[in-house]
Structures are given as structure tokens and as C-alpha cells.
Write a protein that binds this ligand. Structure first.
Ligand SMILES: [Fe+2]
Length: 284
């Protein structure tokens, strides 16, 4: 049994744990943060029970994990903090607008896979949560790799996938497309289909909705392979489905999980989240 300086309640048999007895609005000493990071590596998804968390405290916590990303789509910056990205369906009068702020989040993906240096932790604070829908689901990409048969593992060994934010946005909705300058700042990049987690040394699948095609393969063949693997990656018993309460905080490891949001009625229900994404490394 591992021991922890806080209460740990696993959320499923495979991934996710709730950590309680921690105050996120206070500075953690190095030993405590190392234990949180160890839990992050062990459980892949961490949940913290409802508590107040000011934007600057969320940024400070994110900085403990590493360099915090300033998102290319600057229309989302929250509260004057370029490190925070607010997704809200409220209009200027604070009422549900009927418009979903980012339909791209509804498909399984991993944050920042469209960059050379990809996302490490994503840290979301739920300000307002709908009564129905608007959940966040996670699937374990270590398990996704381990459950592939040997023929699949041989077939994908050494392959690289092209990840492209412009592709995934256009394909899913075509709303709020990247500007020409944003597109130029974020050209497509390629990453290994099977990556090795830099901290745990374990192999995992690394694809998701930003993956467009496979390097060195005809475009349509690569598309089909990615769609097939994205579907094979999700197993009911390796998935955690989070139903939010307001003021919870979730932290997950983009290197070894995919996530998606579920739909909600954006015309009648309010949903507002604040997100920070910590940059990781170039996948290997
Ligand atoms: Fe995401």
C-alpha cells in the first residue's frame, strides 16, 4: 500500500482518484507538491472536492507542474490572466446563450497534441455546472495500448501521426475558425502514435481528434487507421466519467489519457469553466 499525506479515494479500478484534505488556496510545500505529482502519475486524473479557488491561485498551482501555456486563441483569456482560458456559454447578461463555446471538446482528444511541445497537465476549475450533461470523460491510454494485440502493436510501431488544430476544428464544426495568423503560428506537427511517458516509462497510445493522418501513408489510409485506433482506444472499464459539482478542480495527465466533454443544453443550462494547460515535452 502506498501512503499519502492526504486522503485518497480511487474513482475507478483503473484511473482517477479524489484527493481530499488539501487546501488549494494556500501554497503547498515541496514535499506535499511532490506527493500530489506522484498521485497524478499514479492515477492520471485527480479530483479535488468543491472549494473556492481564485484565478491567481489556479495559475500558481499550474506553475508548480511546469510552464503554463498561453493559448493561441486569445479570445478565450480569462480575468486578465493569459494562462487561463474560460469556456462559458453565458451571454453578456449572464444568461445561457444557446451557443456551445467549444464543440471541439465533444470528441475524444488530448490537449495540445497539435503543438510540438504537447500538453502535460490540464487543470480545470468548474465555476458553474449544468444540472444535466456537460460531464468530462477520461480514458486510459496506457490500457488502450496494452490491450492491442501483437499484430496491432507491430503494425503501429514506429508510426507518426500528423496533429493539426485547424483540421480538428474545421471538421467538427467550422465555427470560430483559426485566423490566418493563428494558423501560421500553429502549423501541423507529427508525433509518435505510441509514446513513452517521460516520468513513468510506460508506453501509451497518443492520438485523439487532432490527429489527421499518418506520415508516409496515403492520406485516406492514414485517416482510416487513426479512426480505427481512436475507436479501439476506449474501453468502458478503462474510462472514468466525471459528473461535475460546481467549484471542483480536476487535473489530468494529457500524456496518458484522452478526454471529452458530453453535450448539455446550452440554451437553458449554464456551464462556465476555467482552464490552465501546462506544457510538457516533445513526445518520444
Ligand atoms: Fe480538452
Amino acid at each position: 500500500m502506498e501512503s499519502w499525506p492526504f486522503a485518497v479515494r480511487p474513482l475507478t479500478a483503473s484511473l482517477g482518484a479524489e484527493l481530499s484534505g488539501l487546501r488549494l488556496d494556500a501554497d503547498m510545500d515541496e514535499a506535499l507538491f511532490r506527493a500530489v505529482y506522484r498521485a497524478f502519475l499514479r492515477f492520471q486524473v485527480l479530483l479535488f472536492p468543491p472549494q473556492d479557488l481564485a484565478p491567481e491561485r489556479q495559475v500558481a498551482l499550474a506553475r508548480r507542474f511546469g510552464e503554463v501555456q498561453v493559448h493561441v486563441m486569445n479570445q478565450y483569456h480569462a480575468d486578465g490572466y493569459p494562462e487561463l482560458y474560460r469556456l462559458s456559454n453565458l451571454d453578456e447578461n449572464g444568461r445561457p446563450s444557446g451557443r456551445h463555446p467549444d464543440k471541439g471538446t465533444l470528441a475524444w482528444h488530448t490537449d495540445g497534441s497539435w503543438q510540438r511541445v504537447t500538453g502535460q497537465a490540464t487543470i480545470i476549475y468548474g465555476e458553474v455546472m449544468p444540472e444535466q450533461g456537460g460531464e468530462t470523460h477520461f480514458c486510459d491510454m496506457y490500457g488502450a495500448y496494452e490491450r492491442l494485440d501483437e499484430a496491432w502493436k507491430r503494425r503501429i510501431a514506429g508510426l507518426r501521426a500528423v496533429h493539426n488544430l485547424d483540421f480538428s476544428r474545421k471538421r467538427r464544426h467550422g465555427e470560430d475558425p483559426l485566423t490566418e495568423a493563428q494558423r501560421r503560428a500553429r502549423p501541423p506537427v507529427d508525433h509518435p502514435v505510441v509514446r513513452t511517458h517521460p516520468d513513468t516509462g510506460r508506453k501509451c497510445l497518443y492520438l485523439g481528434d487532432h490527429a489527421e493522418t499518418i506520415v508516409g501513408m496515403p492520406y485516406e489510409e492514414g485517416r482510416l487507421l487513426i479512426e480505427e485506433l481512436n475507436a479501439l482506444a476506449v474501453h468502458a472499464d478503462l474510462t472514468y466519467e466525471h459528473r461535475w459539482r460546481a467549484r471542483e478542480l480536476l487535473i489530468w495527465d494529457n500524456r496518458c489519457v484522452m478526454h471529452r466533454a458530453t453535450p448539455y443544453d446550452a440554451a437553458t443550462q449554464a456551464r462556465v469553466i476555467r482552464r490552465a494547460t501546462v506544457l510538457g515535452e516533445v513526445p518520444a
